[in-house]
Design a protein around this ligand. Structure first.
Ligand code: C2E
Ligand code: CA
Ligand code: CA
Length: 246
C-alpha cells in the first residue's frame, strides 16, 4: 500500500501537445524515505515477485486512468512498463485484457513498454501475447532501444507500434556525431517499417530541434516535465496544451 504512481508527459513533436504519459512507480518508505525504482525493482526481482509487482502497477494505473474525467487527462494514452518475468506468463495477454475490462478502460488507451531483452528471452510466448494484445487495440512499445540486442530482424517481425530510443543516445547529441547518425538511421528505419519513434530523456531545446528535423514523432524528458503525481498532471497538461494551441 505504499506504492505510488508518477506520470511523465509525452509530447507530440509536430503539434507540441501532450498526448500521453508514462507510468513510473514511486515508493516512499515510512522509515527509509524515497526508494528509487532501480532499488525497488532489484528487491522485487530478488524476491521473485516481479510478475505480481507489474500486475499491481498495471491495475493501479488502469484504476487511475478510469478515474480521469477531466478533458486534460481523459484523452491521454498511458504507457505502463512490463518486466521480463511478466511477459513470460503464458496467459499474459488474457491477464491484461481482463484488467482492462475490469477497470473499464479502452485497450487503445494503453501502451505496454517492453524491452528487447525481455522479448528475446521468451520470443515465442512474447510475440504471441503481444500480437493478440495488439489485435485488441493495445499499443506495444520497445523500451530502451539501442541498449540491448537492437536486432533489426526482431524489429521487422514483432508486432510493434513504437520504438523508444534510449536517453543515452539523446544526452550527447550536440557533441557526438555518431549519436546523431544513430538517431537519423533509427528514425529512417522505423518510418520504413511503419513504427513511430519516441525519444527519451530530452532535456534541451537543441536536442528537441534536432529530433524535430529528423522526423522523430514524440519526446519525453525534463524539457517538458519530470514525472508528476496524477493530480498535478491535470493542471500541467491544461496549461501546457493551452500554450501549444489546438
Ligand atoms: P525507463 O522506463 O527508461 O523510464 C525512464 C526513466 O528516465 C525514469 O526514471 C524517468 O524519471 C527518467 N527520466 C525521464 N526524463 C528524463 C530526463 O530528461 N533526463 C534524465 N536524466 N532522466 C529522465 P525512473 O522513474 O527512476 O525509472 C527508472 C526505471 O525503472 C525505468 O526506466 C523503468 O525501466 C523502471 N520502472 C519504473 N517504474 C516501473 C514500473 O512501474 N514497472 C516496471 N516494470 N519498471 C519500472
Ligand atoms: Ca519505460
Ligand atoms: Ca526507457
Amino acid at each position: 500500500g505504499q506504492l505510488d504512481l508518477a506520470f511523465q508527459p509525452q509530447v507530440e513533436i509536430a503539434t507540441g501537445r501532450i498526448v500521453g504519459a508514462e507510468t513510473l512507480v514511486r515508493w516512499e518508505h515510512p522509515e527509509h524515505g524515497v526508494v528509487t525504482p532501480d532499488v525497488l525493482l532489484t528487491i522485487a526481482e530478488n524476491a521473485e515477485i516481479m510478475a505480481q509487482f507489474d500486475d499491481r502497477i498495471l491495475r493501479m494505473a488502469l484504476a487511475e486512468i478510469a478515474s480521469w474525467t477531466d478533458p486534460e487527462r481523459s484523452g491521454l494514452n498511458i504507457s505502463v512498463n512490463i518486466s521480463a518475468a511478466k511477459l513470460h506468463d503464458e496467459d499474459f495477454d488474457i491477464q491484461v485484457l481482463n484488467a482492462l475490462e475490469q477497470a473499464g478502460v479502452a485497450p487503445s488507451r494503453l501502451t505496454l513498454e517492453v524491452t528487447e531483452t525481455a522479448i528475446i528471452e521468451s520470443l515465442e510466448v512474447a510475440a504471441r501475447s503481444l500480437g493478440r494484445l495488439r489485435n485488441h487495440g493495445v499499443h506495444i512499445a520497445i523500451d530502451d532501444f539501442g541498449t540491448g540486442y537492437s536486432s533489426l530482424a526482431y524489429l521487422k517481425s514483432l508486432p510493434l507500434d513504437y520504438l523508444k530510443v534510449d536517453k543515452k543516445f539523446i544526452t550527447d547529441l550536440a557533441s557526438r556525431k555518431r549519436d546523431r547518425i544513430v538517431i537519423h538511421s533509427l528514425v529512417e528505419l522505423a518510418r520504413s517499417l511503419g513504427i513511430g519513434v519516441i525519444a527519451e530523456g530530452v532535456e534541451t531545446e537543441a536536442q528537441l530541434s534536432f529530433l524535430r528535423k529528423e522526423g522523430c514523432n514524440w519526446y519525453q524528458g525534463y524539457l517538458c516535465s519530470q514525472p508528476l503525481p496524477a493530480a498535478q498532471l491535470e493542471t500541467f497538461v491544461a496549461e501546457w496544451n493551452s500554450r501549444a494551441g489546438p
